[in-house]
Design a protein around this ligand. Structure first.
Ligand code: TXA
Ligand code: MG
Length: 350
């Protein structure tokens, strides 16, 4: 791995003509030279490379330590960038684009030969989205390039929602980081396979199944998301993800039950963490109790989730117990990420 001197630029998101500002121009220059730049999107920070250049894309896998069969999302600044990436699309895709772009929706479509094999992990399809963030859009416009960009974390770590998270993971491994503050949504985009007549959700995210169905009618969900043992169609969904350093366990039960589990671990001398919400923060006794947003507004829990998982690492706890959330609406995406962080481990009160 080359040791790089990572540049760090702070960008004021509200500036007009952002694409002309020196920080964006300099970052765009690195991208044109096939180097890697981390940038904010509305979901999480992305680690971008020229999506049309295989060697640039190779650097992403090296910097993150990412398995090479896990394909990347290509980000675009305008729909004009689509034709060089995708070879065809069903009619309903136009409706999805009109309803949700720019925004946290990624569509999977048949790819053209311009898309390098390492972007698509050898698949015949490519995943594309237009992010809803002024810095991301300005950067792509300034570079004149679509950007292949996974989340800008070391593989397996929680996705970054601040530039400081990116720096902690990737300093010295990439050319630069554009700091546009905390990301708004906090979990990754919804990925939807649009290669068949009826679209299929491969990864739940910022846009819910209900919202999608309102726009285009029936939408299916990849069975692998609901049952274990099924091979997921989105290769990334099979890897352990988003995990804090300590074992992370979900608890489906009331607060007394969770507190009993904590007491049991404390007896054997363990340092115990609890992930809860503001409503329940004062109910628990443990070494580290972190409130992750408010239960009465799950969007705040999503927004704080990855930062909270990273904070547990700073306290060096031995085990973390987490509350669970209703799997409805955006709760689907939230529970998907919590279950991945827990590697599927749920203790149920009987
Ligand atoms: O919100 C997001 O989507 C963020 C920001 C940076 O845009 N990006 C992100 O990228 O989450 P990443 O690489 O962490 O996740 C990409 C997901 C993986 O689950 C991958 O398997 C799936 O998209 N994917 C990519 N190309 C695919 C394809 N051709 N077919 C099926 N799934 C694909
Ligand atoms: Mg990721």
């Amino acid at each position: 791995m080359r040791k790089l001197e990572t540049k760090y630029w702070i960008v004021d998101n509200s500036v007009e003509n952002l694409r002309d500002c020196p920080q964006i121009q300099e970052a765009a220059m690195y991208l044109k030279e096939n180097e890697l730049i981390a940038f904010p999107t509305e979901t999480v920070y992305g680690l971008g490379a020229n999506a049309l250049h295989a060697e640039a894309v190779t650097k992403i896998f090296e910097a993150k330590g990412r398995p090479s069969d896990n394909p990347l999302i290509v980000h675009i600044a305008n729909t004009g960038m689509l034709s060089q990436l995708v070879s065809s699309m069903p009619q309903y895709v136009a409706k999805l684009i009109e309803s949700f772009w720019p925004g946290p929706l990624t569509v999977v479509l048949p790819k053209t030969d311009h898309v390098p094999e390492n972007v698509s992990g050898g698949l015949a399809t490519v995943a594309v989205r237009m992010p809803d963030h002024p810095v991301a859009l300005a950067l792509m416009e300034a570079a004149g390039l679509p950007l292949a960009a996974p989340s800008a974390n070391l593989s397996g770590k929680p996705s970054p929602t601040t530039a400081q998270h990116v720096r902690a993971d990737l300093h010295g491994r990439i050319a630069g980081i554009l700091d546009g503050g905390s990301t708004g949504i906090g979990v990754e985009s919804t990925v939807i396979d649009c290669t068949a007549d009826i679209p299929v959700i491969l990864r739940p995210g910022g846009i819910t199944r209900n919202e999608l169905e309102e726009a285009v009618g029936k939408v299916l969900v990849d069975p692998a998301l609901q049952e274990s043992g099924q091979a997921p169609k989105s290769p990334g969904m099979k890897y352990k993800h988003y995990a804090p350093d300590a074992p992370f366990v979900l608890v489906a039960g009331n607060s007394e039950y969770l507190q009993q589990l904590v007491a049991h671990e404390k007896k054997s001398g363990k340092k115990v963490g609890i992930l809860t919400t503001e409503e329940n923060q004062h109910v628990y006794k443990a070494d580290v109790v972190l409130a992750c947003g408010r239960r009465d507004d799950l969007s705040t829990v999503m927004q704080r989730l990855y930062a909270t998982l990273r904070t547990f690492n700073e306290y060096d706890v031995d085990i973390i117990f987490s509350e669970v959330f209703p799997q409805e609406g955006i709760g689907e995406a939230l529970m998907n990420r919590l279950l991945k962080a827990a590697n599927g481990q749920v203790i149920r009160e009987i």
